[in-house]
Design a binder for this molecule. Structure first.
Ligand SMILES: Cc1cc2nc3c(=O)[nH]c(=O)nc-3n(C[C@H](O)[C@H](O)[C@H](O)COP(=O)(O)OP(=O)(O)OC[C@H]3O[C@@H](n4cnc5c(N)ncnc54)[C@H](O)[C@@H]3O)c2cc1C
Length: 450
């Protein structure tokens, strides 16, 4: 029997971050990480394997992250946890005893119950090198690809597939009126759809995939309205479900849709077991209800909390704000917190303001691009609830910065007067600074009672 002080199950974003955090807080502890796969993919890089990168091998988390931090690695699958004996067993028959256990078992792709999903050349987005190598080989021989699901994963896949010369038709089928509508307001979604159409991707929104047709291999996707979309390959990008298998079988508290139950300190219902990442439940920062958004950024934040708290509480989780960004060619978009549309669904009265200006100054600087910001404030309290951004590469960090304003519960006046640094080649002008000006417009609207 092997013994370790801290055992982490899962070797992706959450597991690795938890291990590094543990090492920083507990330098003397023996830390062991068990993961199923020989090689671990960078999950967010997966779509780029199929266009920009060209192979799964170029998208791996290097094991040196673990060795440099003196973390022992076991490649094996944990098959059971004995909470009383405080040990786990693996598929190869090993038993490993622990003082504290961290579950970072992640999520699995959701496969919809559509007729024909079992046909050859229907792929979900598994975080598995061998499986994605098969998808890559299949794409090399294909001409027509249909992607079911127009969220950010589906769209990133579509844009990357379109970069392959052999693919004539790349079609995205989205159930909602627009792609990305769960994360962005309509005007941003339309901007993205337009950009993808210019890049050759066909978008069929407000359409439902009813069946996948073919003899042995997929040939068509049939929509509810009867239309048939030709496809040599179908990629399912409709979301994920938390992987709660170990938690369920070991009697930890869980919900099969929401994930493993954890408290504000990332402790599960067993005091020696913590959990973090896609496998755990998340609550919306505004409503407190469970949210289905699962992001690597949130997973690593939770891991930094779990890793620090193992032998004494140091950190507490904030509810999930949901901060994400993506890009298609020169158009980047990002969203933090809730959208105007979502606020309406919650019945919250909001005031919104939008400002667009060049992202460098003067606007004639070579390479300057329009950068637009939309902010959503609660009408009664003037609290910042959400923000969306479009423009060039600065969108990613600007979205993070709006997320941090939401997390710090800033009100419109504070957003308007926050202190920023600017530079002609690096940022928008201090006069035209989009975040401050959007907040200013919102303040005026609120004063006028609009
Ligand atoms: C295509 C794609 C693109 C994405 N892009 C973004 C993005 O741009 N930004 C963003 O923030 N998020 C993005 N995400 C979401 C992000 O990938 C996930 O939030 C993240 O992977 C969660 O990390 P995790 O460590 O919790 O789980 P996972 O990545 O699912 O990893 C789980 C780990 O646990 C291991 N494991 C599970 N069970 C066992 C067991 N019994 N024994 C041993 N090991 C086990 C697995 O093998 C794996 O190593 C993307 C997701 C996908 C699929």
């Amino acid at each position: 029997m092997e013994k370790t002080d801290i055992l982490i199950v899962g070797g992706s974003a959450a597991g690795v971050t938890a291990a590094i955090t543990v090492r920083r807080y507990y330098p003397q502890a023996k830390v062991t990480l068990i993961r199923k796969e020989e090689k671990v993919l960078i999950p967010c890089g997966i779509p780029y394997i199929f266009g920009t990168l060209g192979s799964p091998e170029k998208n791996l988390i290097p094991d040196t992250v673990l060795s440099k931090n003196n973390i022992d690695l076991i490649v094996d699958e944990v098959t059971s946890i004995n909470k009383d004996a405080k040990d786990v067993t693996t598929s190869s028959g090993k038993t490993v005893k622990y003082e504290k256990l961290v579950l970072a078992t992640g999520s699995l792709p959701l496969v919809p119950p559509i007729q024909g999903v079992e046909l050859d050349n229907v792929f979900s987005v598994k975080k598995d090198v061998g499986y994605l190598t098969e998808l890559l080989r299949a794409l090399e021989k294909a001409e027509d690809v249909a992607i079911i699901g127009g969220g950010f994963i589906g769209l990133e896949f579509a844009d990357e597939c379109k970069k392959r010369k052999n693919l004539n038709n790349v079609t995205v089928i989205e159930l909602l009126p627009h792609c990305l509508l769960l994360a962005c307001d309509e005007e941003i979604c339309i901007r993205v759809e337009k950009k993808l159409s210019e890049r050759g991707v066909k978008i069929l929104s407000n359409r439902k995939a009813k069946a996948i047709l073919g003899e042995k291999k997929v040939e068509y996707v049939k929509l509810e309205d009867g239309q048939k979309i030709k496809a040599d390959i179908v990629i399912l990008g409709i979301g994920v479900i938390p992987n709660v298998k170990l938690a369920r079988e070991s009697g930890l508290k869980f919900d099969k849709k929401e994930g493993i139950w954890v408290d504000d300190f990332m402790r599960t219902s067993n005091e020696s077991i913590f959990a973090c990442g896609d496998c755990v439940q998340k609550r919306c920062y505004l409503s407190g209800v469970a949210t289905a958004t699962r992001l690597a950024s949130q997973a690593t934040t939770e891991a930094r909390i779990a890793g620090a708290n193992l032998f004494g509480i140091r950190r507490r989780i904030n509810c999930a704000i949901g901060i994400f960004s993506t890009c298609f060619g020169e158009l980047a978009i990002g969203s933090a917190g809730i959208t105007e549309r979502r606020a309406g669904e919650f019945g919250i009265d909001v005031v919104t303001a939008e400002v667009a200006a060049p992202d460098e100054h003067p606007g004639g600087m070579p390479g300057a691009q329009e950068l637009g910001v939309k902010l959503v404030f609660e009408k009664d309290t003037s609290l910042l609830l959400g923000g969306q951004v479009y423009g060039g590469k600065s969108v990613g960090e600007l979205t993070n910065f709006i997320g941090s304003m939401i997390q710090n519960k800033m009100r419109a006046d504070e957003v308007c007067t926050f202190q920023m640094g600017t530079h002609p080649m690096l940022t928008a002008s201090p006069v035209a600074y989009q975040v401050a000006n959007a907040a200013q417009i919102a303040v005026v609207k609120m004063r006028k009672g609009q």
